[in-house]
Design a protein around this ligand. Sequence first.
Ligand SMILES: *[C@@H]1O[C@H](CO)[C@@H](O)[C@H](O)[C@H]1NC(C)=O
Ligand SMILES: *[C@@H]1O[C@H](CO)[C@@H](O)[C@H](O)[C@H]1NC(C)=O
Ligand SMILES: *[C@@H]1O[C@H](CO)[C@@H](O)[C@H](O)[C@H]1NC(C)=O
Ligand SMILES: *[C@@H]1O[C@H](CO)[C@@H](O)[C@H](O)[C@H]1NC(C)=O
Ligand SMILES: *[C@@H]1O[C@H](CO)[C@@H](O)[C@H](O)[C@H]1NC(C)=O
Ligand SMILES: *[C@@H]1O[C@H](CO)[C@@H](O)[C@H](O)[C@H]1NC(C)=O
Length: 380
Amino acid sequence: MAHHRSSVFSIKIQFIKLFLSLATIKGVFGNCYTSVFSFGDSLTDTGNIYFTDPTQQCLFPPYGESYFPHPTGRCCNGRLVLDFTAQTLGLPLIKPYLGFEHGSNVTSIQGVNFAVVGATALDAAFFFERGIDNVSTNDSLSVQLDWFKKILPSLCNTSSQCNEIFGSSLFLMGEIGGNDYNYPFFMYRSIEEIQTFVPLVINAIASAINELIELGAVTLMVPGNLPIGCSAAYLTYYETADTDQYDPETGCLNWLNKFSEYHNDQLQKELSRIQALHPHTKIIYADFYNSSMRFYRNPSQYGFTGGALTACCGGGGPYNFNTSAKCSNPSVSACDDPSKYVSWDGIHLTEAAYRWITNGLLEGPYTIPQISISCVSQDA
Ligand SMILES: *[C@@H]1O[C@H](CO)[C@@H](O)[C@H](O)[C@H]1NC(C)=O
Ligand SMILES: *[C@@H]1O[C@H](CO)[C@@H](O)[C@H](O)[C@H]1NC(C)=O
Ligand SMILES: *[C@@H]1O[C@H](CO)[C@@H](O)[C@H](O)[C@H]1NC(C)=O
Ligand SMILES: *[C@@H]1O[C@H](CO)[C@@H](O)[C@H](O)[C@H]1NC(C)=O
Ligand SMILES: *[C@@H]1O[C@H](CO)[C@@H](O)[C@H](O)[C@H]1NC(C)=O
Ligand SMILES: *[C@@H]1O[C@H](CO)[C@@H](O)[C@H](O)[C@H]1NC(C)=O
């Protein structure tokens, strides 16, 4: 009986498969992504950090507690924008590249994640040369791109093979660049100096995008920076009695948010230039800034009754962020319900916040142009 049922079932599956492949040929199912390749920093790392720095704070409890429920290397209590994106596309969670290298099989996968906690868009040497000496990893964007090139032969050998695979892949380029500013800001370097980094950071992101396009990438989603003036870490480092510096609506530091807007404006201009040069590609700006501004403006409307600016997991202070008592330090405990907070550890956001940001991207209106995640194309 069971056998009979399963063979009927398997015939049905064969019909569905046949229908799907015919549909694909006809272009009916034009927007299905079959894999995701991602680059970035701690907003996107799903475990590479385990292989490069096993002492990193994100590898210890209570990180990961709300979903996995143990540490995975994600700098969050649960899933990241990359995880929600993969799940929305019907794909498994995207595994870290360094995990593949240490044993398993790259060929049978539906994506690879190259992001590393602490990574910068510019090479680490750039910062060391300027005395910004606490950059915690050398695995910058160009290193991550080299890793991608290293696995290419296991994915495809001819350009037509590569075009086929990458043509139906989503490339998530970031978020990257945030750390290029975090390191100098947390050392109190002047904003005038840090501002001079912006065009260089944008260039680094642009050249990575251009290389990927040359290798066959067609759809790239490129996040901008979060509003750093709303981050518990920045609010702590740059706390001031001068109330004029704060946005009365959100409590965020205006001048720091202006800095994020400056980076985001430059990034969007560069993306438009790349798009114009490569009409066959889809370069999509992911507006993390505005997608998150929604809950900084109206936290309780999004369930953030613990407030938008105070960290869930931290060692005290007005924003519950303390560099000498960070989340995962044995003396520090997390709040009871992280879903009521935007900020997880003062630098990174909670799973709940990342879920809202992802919804804003994939369901609109915070991708420009709007990403299509439906498998049925508009002209069908
Ligand atoms: C890797 O995947 C390929 C294709 O699916 C398979 O033939 C091969 O046996 C796998 N190798 C290992 C070591 O799992
Ligand atoms: C990064 O590279 C520099 C120069 O090669 C080296 O001194 C440093 O130890 C490296 N840092 C890390 C975290 O690997
Ligand atoms: C590409 O060629 C190499 C070397 O011959 C081989 O090991 C690899 O499996 C090939 N990759 C694919 C996707 O066919
Ligand atoms: C960088 O150094 C400054 C002080 O020198 C420190 O406050 C900050 O936490 C450091 N940042 C990182 C990411 O290590
Ligand atoms: C998003 O934020 C930028 C600042 O980065 C602002 O100029 C723009 O108008 C906003 N767009 C939307 C759709 O809210
Ligand atoms: C920050 O942590 C240190 C070390 O645990 C502690 O001595 C200090 O009081 C904390 N600061 C605040 C503002 O809570």
